[in-house]
Design a protein around this ligand. Structure first.
Ligand SMILES: NC(=O)c1ccc[n+]([C@@H]2O[C@H](COP(=O)([O-])OP(=O)(O)OC[C@H]3O[C@@H](n4cnc5c(N)ncnc54)[C@H](OP(=O)(O)O)[C@@H]3O)[C@@H](O)[C@H]2O)c1
Length: 327
């Protein structure tokens, strides 16, 4: 496992880290045994950074992480998020009172005194024009409730605006072979400002693992079933907003580029690590075997420039028109 600095926090984080949404909920059933085994395997593999949120399984994901932290001696940084408990996303919802309640709940779930990294969980775009919300976050840091804060964004425009706030330490954004726009403008700016980047949905919700088929079935409580057209939340969070059938076709083109002995998931993750602005990718994993396979991507040799160009071409021709201007 290799490690990279996360913004100005002073932390160095595993470049393949762990996304803990699927072990919380909204991805079909994951047993507690499997979830804990996946987390243990992550730590065994050198992962020292876990991304979660208060709403993942209504606190289940945070509580599972607390269990792991209790029994492992390794230092593990936990990033959580707040804001999605709102019935409707409004800037007013990100009030001092609401944030205090969400932070206290996360502290209790995680069994800690201060949150390592609190991220606003895809708030409305307007929030990035309201400095008073960031002033409230500064107060939580001063009060010792939060060590650092950052944001999780839907759109590149939000990321560009977020880094204007001087105490934003990290931006979480969808970045993968099917979502390349963040690399255009935002990565350079983040580097200049020394803001960490968490590349989320790195496997395009499983599309970029290469295992999905036109007739793959998903459980009723898996967002790949119930949010395929954005019924429950931003459609970009499910398969990165790429049409399922067209995504599968593009995956077959990428499959032809795989170096010997490298799986599709590993290739997709190594592709992300080719961008040095990225602090880490945070793939989800439901079972230890998935986590082990994903973590091995960290130690793979760089992807050749010919292959990077080929991925770019596939994106430009097959995927770009569907996503580039939207997020
Ligand atoms: N708004 C936000 O802030 C937001 C939104 C989305 C995600 N996130 C964060 O980003 C993290 C990652 O994104 P994500 O979980 O949505 O999607 P992802 O990482 O692109 O896909 C994860 C899923 O792919 C499958 N998978 C993973 N590794 C595999 C392997 N080696 N082989 C085969 N299948 C594999 C698993 O599901 P199956 O086995 O069921 O296929 C897993 O749950 C989340 O866990 C969360 O922490 C944040």
């Amino acid at each position: 496992m290799n490690y990279r600095p996360l913004g100005r926090t002073g932390w160095t984080v595993s470049d393949i880290s762990f996304g803990a949404w699927a072990i919380g909920g909204a991805w079909g059933q994951v047993s507690e045994t499997d979830a804990l085994a996946a987390l243990h395997k992550a730590v065994d593999s050198g992962v020292n950074f876990i991304d979660t949120a208060d709403v993942y399984g209504d606190g289940r994901s945070e509580r599972l992480i607390a269990q792991i932290k209790k029994v492992r001696k390794e230092e593990i940084v936990v990033a959580t998020k707040a804001g999605r408990r709102l019935p409707r996303q409004t800037v007013e919802g990100y009030s001092r009172v609401n944030l205090t309640g969400w932070i206290e709940d996360s502290l209790r779930n995680l069994s800690i005194e201060a949150l390592d990294l609190l991220q606003l969980h895809c708030p409305p775009t307007e929030l990035y024009y309201r400095p008073e919300v960031f002033a409230i976050l500064d107060d939580f840091v001063k009060a010792g409730k939060v060590r650092f804060y950052g944001v999780s964004v839907e759109k590149v425009e939000e990321a560009l605006k977020a880094v204007e706030f001087p105490n934003v330490q990290s931006v979480q954004i969808i970045f993968n072979c099917f979502r390349q726009r963040p690399a255009e403008l935002f990565f350079e700016l983040a580097k200049q400002k020394k803001v960490g980047i968490l590349a989320r949905v790195p496997l395009a919700s499983g599309l970029l693992t290469g295992k999905l088929r036109p007739n793959s079935n998903f459980a009723a409580d898996d967002h790949r079933n119930f949010n395929r057209h954005g019924e429950a939340f931003d459609v970009g969070e499910t398969f990165s907003g790429v049409d399922y059938k067209q995504g599968l076709e593009a995956v077959e083109e990428i499959r032809r580029l795989l170096p010997a002995g490298v799986s599709m998931s590993q290739f997709a993750l190594r592709w992300i690590l080719m961008f040095d602005a990225v602090s880490c990718a945070i793939p989800g994993g439901k079972r230890p075997e998935q986590v082990a396979e994903n973590c091995q991507a960290s130690d793979l040799p760089p992807i050749t420039s010919e292959t990077m160009t080929a991925v770019q071409r596939i994106y430009d021709e097959e995927i770009r028109p569907q996503v580039h201007q939207r997020w």
